[in-house]
Ligand binder design. Structure first.
Ligand code: C5P
Length: 222
């Protein structure tokens, strides 16, 4: 039976990928399974938090006790997070938000009209939700970001922590030999502006509890 160290805390978690439509039947996305964010939501509920999960499309069931707001695109995720953030003591952005979206998604399905027809894709930048949250944070709000990297983990993590202005950054290596996307295990390293707080490996639920131990230790929300 876990400690109820998040009792009375309202926590907003984002999880999963976003889907950026090309036309009504196609989209750009990424390999995020949502498992890390869902594990965090589950662990938070077990530890007494009131949890709101803003989730991109995933094939997981919503953990017991968690309120879920489903979204598809980065723009929808941005809107949902901005609407929900006012109530949150802690925000954890585990979602793999697409950085770019097709500039002019077709309202009808793209067709191959000729044998040599190759469409040109032009993209626009999506809003950086984490950056926006941090730049306009409410007093006392504790904001945690994630960084999935294939190389130079520590350098990218420290740079991202600073650039986004987050209180904590959870760095995980993704790619060939590592945990991360789609897997049930993960290895993360936790950074705050004070430095590294260590590496943690295990099932995503174990890693979620390790992350929450650090958040509980760091954040001084009354
Ligand atoms: O810049 P990068 O995507 O690597 O940063 C990852 C962190 O920023 C994650 O916490 C992710 O949820 C968040 N993010 C965001 N909005 C974006 C891109 C990333 O909130 N458009």
């Amino acid at each position: 039976e876990p400690r109820k160290d998040f009792a009375g805390k309202r926590v907003l978690v984002s999880a999963g990928p976003t889907r950026e439509p090309l036309d009504p039947v196609r989209y750009l996305s990424n390999h995020s399974s949502g498992k890390m964010g869902y594990a965090l939501a589950q662990a938070l509920y077990q530890r007494g938090a009131e949890v709101t999960l803003v989730s991109g499309p995933v094939s997981l069931s919503v953990p017991y006790g968690v309120r879920c707001i489903p979204v598809e695109t980065a723009t929808q995720m941005h809107a949902a997070i901005m609407e929900q953030r006012h109530h949150a003591d802690v925000i954890i952005k585990a979602a793999a938000v697409a950085d770019f979206a097709p500039a002019e998604p077709g309202s009808i399905k793209w067709k191959k009209t000729r044998e040599d027809d190759v469409p040109t894709l032009s993209l626009t930048r999506n809003p950086d939700i984490l950056h926006t949250l941090c730049q306009s944070r409410q007093p006392g709000q504790y904001i945690v970001g994630f960084a999935a990297e294939t190389h130079d983990l520590e350098r990218h993590a420290r740079e991202k922590l600073q650039r986004k202005g987050a209180d904590m950054l959870i760095a995980n290596l993704v790619g060939a030999d590592h945990g991360g996307f789609g897997r049930d295990e993960n290895t993360v390293e936790i950074f705050t502006p004070a430095g590294s707080h260590g590496q943690f490996s295990g099932s995503k639920i174990q890693v979620a509890h390790a992350i929450l131990d650090q958040v509980a230790m760091q954040c001084t929300v009354p």
